[in-house]
Design a protein around this ligand. Sequence first.
Ligand code: PLP
Length: 396
Amino acid sequence: MKTTYLDSNATARIAPEVMEAMTPYLTEYYGNPSSMHSFGGQVSIKIREARERVATLLGAEPEEIIFTSCGTESDNTAILSALAVRGGKRRIITSRVEHPAVKALCERLGKQGYYVVEIPVDSIGNLDMDEYKKNLTSDTAVVSLMWANNETGVIFPVEEAAALAKERGILFHTDAVQAVGKIPINMKNNTIDMLSLSGHKLHAPKGIGVLYLRRGTEFSPFLVGGHQERGRRGGTENTPSIIGLGKACELAALNMEIENTRVAHLRDKLETRLLELIPNSRVNGNPATRLPNTSNISFEFVEGEGILLLLDEWGICASSGSACTSGSLQPSHVLRAMGVPFTMAHGSIRFSLSIYNTEEDTDLVIEKLPSIIDRLRSLSPYWKGERLCATAGNAG
Ligand code: PLP
């Protein structure tokens, strides 16, 4: 059966060009870039080239790029570094809808005596800017706000938020793992101090990330060891993946236009048709400020997991907005923060597209999903209850 992959926010397919760029550095050119000999030296040249390519995509300087092992490491490094360099300050500002890479760290820091403020969002996922401004107090060490949400695609005004933090001398970090490669980013036009990205969200391999660190920003490394990355991140470089990431960044710049036109069009058509065909469904997240590839749709009175299992029978891959925690299905913290009603939040599905998707992929979902929802609803006591109420209402 053909796989129809609509889960690129979870992880994206490796671009063939990326694979081709990496392969020689997994096989022939295995030297250590720190070695004195020219066999290692030629690898070091390729790392320099990759660093330049990442910097170009971000509108940054090559020396502002630190290679890490993933988005999670970049997020952890940024926040822990800010706390270390702003030693006396123990307040952290973040949002209610961050990825666990930020959220879980902040929760742990909260238990260690830091004061963590989670800024709320409204019903369509917009950050409460008034609440944010109110909380920018002088004892704040760092703000960490995501650029784009992984579940809904909603984009936060991080550049504006960073400018406000800057005025008050507060360090600003953004988790841009879902934003990089999908929307234009130019670090020359903002005052963000630190930014995280992850290779596997932009068609590079898993296990490679970047922390952008603005020149002049005080920094305390997370991993100490060798002098790699100018002493800012110890550990022998993941050479093939770094080279792959460089290529992926080059491709992302070329493909951004497609992402924002063809991919956005596919996403919009998918959404419009599903909402037309399936009653009691709705889109979650501000439709005006969203990533072009992401759609989060709730189907009332069904379980997301049930939908995913039945989609899987047709080879369709997507994600649900609920997580199975200790045996009970909890709607995601993102949808809960947005106040999405319980009966809607439980049946939410995230479709996340990429440049490799075609109309055939979205048409398959449009063809199969309505009957899947019908089938699940026919088993749902809640749906039957809703129908009875609706009928009774009509009769009355
Ligand atoms: N931040 C966001 C917004 C993400 O979506 C993810 C991955 O899903 C991460 C951080 C973590 O990235 P990684 O898987 O590279 O650790």
